[in-house]
Design a protein around this ligand. Structure first.
Ligand SMILES: *[C@@H]1O[C@H](CO)[C@@H](O)[C@H](O)[C@H]1NC(C)=O
Length: 179
C-alpha cells in the first residue's frame, strides 16, 4: 500500500516533468487553470492573454491581480480594434439593409469599447465589481452584431473579440468571487 502510493507519486512526478513545465508555473498559468467553470480551457486562456510569451507583458504578470489587469486591458484594446474594423466595414460598399446592421453594430461596439476602458481602469485599481458586469455584458456584442448584420460579412475582429472577452470575463469573474 505504501509502496503503491510511492509509485503513484513517482509516476505523477514524472508526468509533471514530462508535461514540459520548464520552471514553476507563472501567475497566468495558475489563473488560466481555474476557468473551467466558465468553459474556458487553460489553452484558450493562455492563447488569448499570452499569444507570444517571449515578448508580452503576460510573462511579467506577477500575481492574479496583474493577470486580471492584463485581461481587462486586452479586452478594451480588442474592442477598440473591432470597433474600428466595423466602422470601416460600414463605410464600405453594400446594400442599405446591411449597412444599417453594421451601423447598429458599430453603436454596440462604441458603447462597449468605452465601458471596457472604464472596466480596465477599475480592475487596475483593484475594483472588480462593475468591471465584471461590463465584461459580462460585452460578451453579447459579437453575437448581437452577427444577428444585426443580416448576412453581411462581419469583420474577423468580431470573432476575435468574442474569444478575448470570454476569457477576460472568466478571469475577472473567477477572481471576484465573494463580492
Ligand atoms: C483580439 O483578441 C483575439 C483573441 O485573442 C486575437 O486573435 C486578435 O488578434 C485580437 N485583435 C486585436 C486587434 O488585438
Amino acid at each position: 500500500m505504501a509502496a503503491s502510493t510511492l509509485i503513484l507519486s513517482a509516476l505523477l512526478f514524472a508526468a509533471a516533468i514530462a508535461s514540459g513545465a520548464a520552471g514553476p508555473n507563472t501567475a497566468l498559468d495558475d489563473v488560466c487553470a481555474l476557468l473551467g467553470g466558465y468553459y474556458v480551457t487553460p489553452e484558450a486562456c493562455a492563447s488569448a492573454l499570452c499569444h507570444d510569451p517571449s515578448s508580452s507583458p503576460c510573462a511579467a504578470a506577477r500575481d492574479a491581480h496583474a493577470v486580471a489587469e492584463l485581461a481587462a486591458r486586452l479586452a478594451a484594446a480588442n474592442a477598440t480594434a473591432a470597433r474600428d474594423s466595423v466602422r470601416a466595414a460600414a463605410a464600405g460598399e453594400g446594400a442599405a439593409a446591411k449597412k444599417a446592421g453594421l451601423l447598429s453594430c458599430l453603436q454596440l461596439y462604441t458603447g462597449a469599447a468605452a465601458a471596457l476602458e472604464w472596466a480596465a481602469g477599475s480592475v487596475a485599481a483593484g475594483r472588480y465589481p462593475g468591471a465584471r458586469e461590463v465584461l459580462q455584458a460585452a460578451q453579447y456584442v459579437p453575437s448581437g452584431c452577427d444577428g444585426m448584420a443580416a448576412g453581411a460579412a462581419m469583420p474577423a475582429e468580431n470573432g476575435g473579440f468574442d474569444t478575448m472577452v470570454t476569457v477576460a470575463h472568466a478571469v475577472v469573474a473567477s477572481l471576484s468571487k465573494g463580492y
